[in-house]
Design a protein around this ligand. Structure first.
Ligand code: SAM
Length: 225
């Protein structure tokens, strides 16, 4: 492990889930759109997709709406988030399954997903190597593995682009940028740290670390060998 994750056990409480959903998630939707236009646009027909740390289920919903052919499973360690995701996907139950569970101990057989994605969860894993090993285990050979996470050390202007998309009450606005810069992006890896870690992992091909345009976001992608 080449960077120390600082928010482990990031099992969201009721308050964290509420704050995330109502304040931060509206800005994450832009990331999700970029993922949908980018690597997720290439998902094969009928693919089985696993979203590790699916939170309130926003990305599973987006995927299910855009691609009626996909079978989507979301898993999250927080019962509060699972409840939100179950509610949000209630009308999609034939194609979207939501479960409570730990990304570092995935309760699935080997080789059963054609893509495994995880957005904004990497900084919460106490053992990121174990989380990726689990993602690899449940993925089929050639499957897409994708992790997106905040990037530490980007210029303030880039962080400001993210903060602008947040739904902030007026009284929080003066503090939002320094707080986001310190307590959110400050917890992620730098691009160099992400590269040192991701590009050295075994059992993956086509490993890449890229930035999402104009956002403090890193995109780590690979194919399972
Ligand atoms: C920042 S939120 C991201 C949620 C969602 N992926 C999104 O982009 O909106 C992080 C989520 O990871 C979940 N989480 C943290 N550690 C986890 C673990 N070990 N296994 C599964 N989920 C985890 C939290 O409960 C929370 O819902």
């Amino acid at each position: 492990m080449l960077f120390e994750t600082k928010q482990h056990g990031g099992h969201y409480s009721f308050m964290e889930a509420w704050l995330y959903e109502h304040i931060a998630q509206p800005s994450v939707q832009r990331w999700n759109e970029l993922l949908m236009e980018g690597p997720l646009a290439e998902l094969p027909q009928g693919a089985r997709v696993l979203d590790v740390g699916c939170g309130g289920g926003q990305l599973p919903v987006m995927l299910a709406r855009a691609r009626p052919d996909l079978l989507i499973t979301g898993i999250d360690i927080s019962p509060v988030q699972v409840k939100r995701a179950l509610k949000r996907t209630a009308k999609m139950r034939e194609r979207v399954t939501i479960l409570e569970g730990d990304g570092m101990r995935l309760p699935f057989d080997a080789d059963c997903f054609d893509a495994v994605i995880s957005v904004l969860v990497l900084k919460h894993f106490a053992e990121p190597d174990l989380a990726v090993a689990q993602m690899q285990r449940v993925a089929t050979p050639g499957a897409l593995l994708l992790m997106a996470e905040v990037e530490r050390g980007r210029p303030l202007d880039v962080a400001r682009n993210f903060v602008r998309g947040m739904r902030l009450p007026w009284w929080m606005k003066p503090f939002a940028l320094p707080m986001f810069y310190t307590f959110v992006t400050g917890q992620g890896p730098t691009k160099g740290e992400a590269e040192d870690w991701w590009l050295a992992l075994e059992g993956l091909t086509a490993t890449k670390v890229e930035r999402l345009p104009e956002l403090p976001a890193l995109l780590l992608t690979a194919k399972r060998d």
